[in-house]
Design a protein around this ligand. Structure first.
Ligand SMILES: [Zn+2]
Ligand SMILES: [Zn+2]
Length: 198
């Protein structure tokens, strides 16, 4: 199983309420077994689920994290993880192929990108995400998807405003709310964030 990046691991730990200390999400987990905030947060997570508290993010941690996200945790005021996973977003094809270890979460949703989505939602009302994070196999299976798609990094969302505003307006407001790029597709707006993660 491919493990998430250190930043993605920290974003998950933050999403479930673990204390990452004053430096927050900085991409630095600290040495294995040390008492860094991130290592203590991993140990705390491991303890919550009866895993060996060795502070090391391995397959067991990642499987449990994916299970938690699939079951659904509230990530922002209006967005739940269960609507953003690979193969489980509202327009995802349930019969599509996936990476063997996808488990709906090839990557964690980038929390900065998600905050842009929440800010957009705060401006215009309910937003339906039709496609969130994607594994390589699913992304490549979709017709017209870019082989470099930011969906694979949890940094892009295809969405609509449930008819409240037209696609061009949704795109414009999304860009005003922190997304760095986007386009109007056939029946959706693609919004992505390419800035730093933290
Ligand atoms: Zn997948
Ligand atoms: Zn897209």
């Amino acid at each position: 199983m491919t493990l998430w990046s250190d930043i993605a691991i920290q974003q998950f730990l933050a999403a479930i309420g673990k204390d990452l200390g004053p430096s927050g999400i900085d991409g630095e987990l600290g040495d294995k077994g040390s008492d860094s905030y991130s290592r203590k947060a991993i140990a705390s997570f491991q303890g919550d689920y009866g895993l060996d508290q060795d502070t090391i993010w391995g397959e067991q941690c990642q499987r449990k994290a994916k299970e938690i996200l699939t079951n659904g945790i509230q990530l922002t005021a209006n967005f739940n993880s269960s609507e953003l996973g690979c193969g489980i977003a509202v327009s995802d094809d349930p019969n599509a192929p996936h990476d063997d270890d996808c488990m709906n979460w090839p990557d964690m949703i980038n929390l900065t990108a998600l905050n842009c989505l929440q800010a957009t939602r705060d401006r215009i009302g309910p937003i339906q995400v039709t496609s969130g994070v994607r594994c390589r196999t699913y992304n490549d299976w979709l017709s017209g998807s870019s082989s470099e798609s930011k969906h694979m990094a949890g940094r892009a969302f295809d969405c609509n405003a449930m008819g409240a505003v037209d696609y061009e307006t949704l795109l414009q407001i999304g860009l005003e709310c922190g997304f760095t790029w986007g386009y109007v597709g056939d029946g959706y707006v693609h919004l992505q964030y390419d800035g730093p993660s933290f």
